[in-house]
Ligand binder design. Sequence first.
Ligand SMILES: Nc1ncnc2c1ncn2[C@@H]1O[C@H](COP(=O)(O)OP(=O)(O)O)[C@@H](O)[C@H]1O
Ligand SMILES: [Mg+2]
Length: 307
Amino acid sequence: MSDLITVSRLCRSFGSFQAVKDVSFKVGRGEIFGYLGANGAGKSTTIRMLCGLLQPTSGSAVVAGADVARDPEGVKRRIGYMSQKFSLYPDLTVFENLDFFGGAYGLSGRALRSRIDEVLDELGLRDRSRSLTSSLPGGARQRVALANALLHNPDVLFLDEPTAGVDPASRRDFIALVRRRVAQGTTAFLTTHYMDEAEYCDRVGLMVAGCLKVLDTPSALKANHVPGALFEVRTARRGDVTAALNAIQGLATIQRIGAGLRVRYDPSPGRDRVAESALAADPDAVVEAAEASLDDVFRAVVDQEAQ
Ligand SMILES: Nc1ncnc2c1ncn2[C@@H]1O[C@H](COP(=O)(O)OP(=O)(O)O)[C@@H](O)[C@H]1O
Ligand SMILES: [Mg+2]
C-alpha cells in the first residue's frame, strides 16, 4: 500500500509551549485513520500542519506527494479540509456556498456546476441546495461542510472533529459517508473525541499532551492495552458495591458508567470473585462480562501516563 501521509518527527511549539512533540506515523492510500485525544492534546495543531496551514517547528510531513513546509500550496490543492470550526457562510444557500468555495479551488463554469451536483447527490443534499445554510440542522450542515471539502476530488480528506455536537444518528450517517468515500480510494484523516467513532477507523493514534502514545488497529489496541477481563455491574447500591470490590486483590479499575460500574479485573478469570463480592454487597446486583472499548484503551494509556 502506498503511503499518502508520511509524518516524521513532527514538532510544533507556540513560544516555549510544545503543542506537538516528535510525532511520526504513516497513513496508506484508502485508509481511514483516527487521531484521538482529549481537548488540547495537539490534534488540530497536527492537522493544520498536515494541511499546509501551519509551519512545523521541526520535523517533516509529506502529504499526497507534497512537502507541507516547502510546498504548502501543492498540499492544499490535493487535500480537502474540514476545520473544527464551521467555516461556511451561514447567510448563503448551500448551493451558493459550494459555488463560492468551488471558485476558490479554481473550478468554474459547467465543470463546477456538475461537481456541485455530484457532491450534493453523494451526500444526500440535493433537496437542500436552495436552503439557507444557517437553517439546516446540525447533521446536514456538517454534510455541506464535507461536500465543500470534496468539491475538487481530493486524494486526502482531513476532518477535524467533524461530528462534534451532532446527534448520534447523524454522526453515524456522517461516518458512513466518509467510509463510502474511503472505499472508493480516498484517504481520510479524522480527529475525534468520540471513541465509538474511532471504532470505525482502520487504525487509531492516541495523542496525550502532544505525544503520539500508541498507534494500531482498534482490535490490537484493545488486546494490548486492556489486559484482564471486564465486567459491568448493574446495581442500585453503587457505593456499597464499590467498597466491596475495592477490597478484592487484583482489581485494576472501577469506573462509574450510567447506572452502574465498569470493572477491570486483572488477571482473568476473576468473574466469580467479582460477582460474589458485588452480590454480597447488593443481592440484586447483576454482573455481566463486557467487551473492551477504545474508551478502556484511552483510560489505560492515560492512567499509565499518570503513574
Ligand atoms: N496559535 C496558538 N497559540 C498558542 N497556543 C496554541 C495555539 N494553537 C494551539 N495552542 C495550544 O496547543 C495545544 C494543543 O491545541 P490543539 O492542537 O488545538 O488541541 P486539540 O485539537 O487536540 O484540542 C493547546 O494547549 C492549545 O492551547
Ligand atoms: Mg482541536
